[in-house]
Design a protein around this ligand. Structure first.
Ligand code: C2E
Ligand code: CA
Ligand code: CA
Ligand code: CA
Length: 275
């Protein structure tokens, strides 16, 4: 009986403003999409900045609603977090990425974004363990990306959960480093394996000398803690050249590869593998 469209919702809940109605409509559509298998993951390749070799794939959520068209994960994730849908959605993402990693023969680690709401749950570690087990996947073939938003809520629990997952051999990347929601506190208190400099920093690299000095400082911070760095959102050859000269380990961005459906990336892995 949950077939209400936009207009019906407005009828049943006239006190809702337009934004709230739109959100509720999206929530209903998203839930149906998850249940009917209409969600997809695309993967963006990561390359060694010096070697040019493929070193990883980041899984990114993709959803195209039949009526609304493509809906960005930046819209999907907040709604999923507010409604609790992030738990089954996150489990689906994890399971799908692990299945794909297995189909690729675990040639390179697959990175999965984890939202704070997922991590806080007591069954998170078990969810990860089960997805690994179902695909006979070594923990080292999985990376999880997290932002510092979590620390604000419960820093002690966060550190504990990260450590529990790490016991499985899974590695943690600090996402969005240098942007608003990931700073130095997480470097101090979390068991991390890598940091990713946010696209909002990289975008100005090569245009503004100040940006370059910030990148130098971020790299120095990471290096001081012996954490390798991924630069995200690399779009130009100049940015790549600068990052290479600064000793940044890994690059990811439109210059070297856009997020693409898994079939389109299979050739990059050097042998054929189909799901
Ligand atoms: P993020 O984790 O920081 O992912 C990087 C975003 O930058 C992705 O946007 C990617 O498509 C985009 N990007 C990568 N290289 C470039 C570039 O060179 N230029 C430009 N303009 N963009 C680039 P996307 O796929 O729209 O995802 C947005 C955010 O949504 C992600 O940011 C992540 O926070 C979240 N997200 C995506 N998939 C998932 C998921 O499965 N679970 C969770 N919890 N969050 C997800
Ligand atoms: Ca599908
Ligand atoms: Ca990410
Ligand atoms: Ca980012």
């Amino acid at each position: 009986a949950k077939r209400e469209g936009k207009n019906d919702l407005r009828f049943f809940a006239p006190e809702l403003n337009a934004a709230a109605v739109e959100r509720l409509d999206l929530e209903i559509r998203l839930k149906a999409a998850l249940e009917s298998g209409a969600l997809e993951l695309h993967y963006q390749p990561q390359f060694g900045a010096q070697s040019g070799e493929l070193v990883g794939m980041e899984a990114l959520l993709r959803w195209s609603d039949p009526e609304l068209g493509p809906v960005s994960p930046d819209r999907i994730i907040p709604i999923a977090e507010d409604t609790g849908l992030i738990v089954p959605l996150g489990a689906w993402v994890l399971e799908t990425a692990c299945r794909q990693a297995a189909a690729w023969g675990f040639r390179v680690p697959v990175a999965v974004n984890v939202s704070p709401t997922q991590l806080i749950r007591p069954d998170f570690v078990e969810t990860v363990r089960q997805s690994l087990a179902r695909h006979a996947m070594p923990g080292a073939a999985l990376k999880l990306e997290i932002t510092e938003r979590l620390a604000v809520r419960d820093p002690v629990l966060a550190a504990q959960r990260l450590e529990e997952v790490r016991q499985l051999g899974v590695r943690w990347s600090l996402d969005d480093f240098g942007a608003g929601h990931s700073g130095v506190a997480s470097l101090l208190h979390w068991p991390l394996d890598e940091v990713k400099i946010d696209r909002s920093v990289i975008v100005g690299l090569g245009q503004d000398d100040k940006v370059q000095r910030v990148v130098v400082a971020l790299l120095a911070l990471a290096r001081g803690l012996e954490l390798p760095v991924v630069a995200e959102g690399v779009e130009t050859q100049l940015q790549l050249d600068i990052l290479r000269s600064l000793g940044c380990e890994t690059v990811q961005g439109y210059l070297t590869g856009r997020p693409s459906p898994p079939e389109a990336l299979t050739a990059l892995l050097g042998h054929s593998a189909d799901t």
